[in-house]
Design a protein around this ligand. Sequence first.
Ligand SMILES: [Zn+2]
Length: 139
Amino acid sequence: MALHDFRCASCGYILRDHNVPIALGARRGAPSCPCSLSTTMDWVPQLGSFDAFTAFTADVNGTPTQIDSLHTLRAVERETERKFRDGIGQPLVWRDLSQNSSNRDVNSFGPSPQPTFETHNRRGIPFITRRDGRPLNGE
Ligand SMILES: [Zn+2]
């Protein structure tokens, strides 16, 4: 099974992530539209970055580097990450080649840099209290 998107030519309804058997294929496995069961929806090709990789030249910490495949790109990402840990340059991540709609909220460089604050001490007592000493979130 593979997930495909379909669009109705007559009403414009878009059906996302519809499961179609791989043996059947996306065009032959197109479902009929809810507006009219006789209308077969059109397949919307997913032209993701992995389908057609276009070679490009990137500035890798001051050195022009030819990126000709995803393999080269991941190698450059790992290398810049390793050098950054050693204190050389900046880590590089090509977000458009690493993320899609399923993980767009995930930070490319590991855990979120957003600071977190302790609101309770290790005994579970809140740091912020009323003037009389009772906790704010207590009764
Ligand atoms: Zn329709």
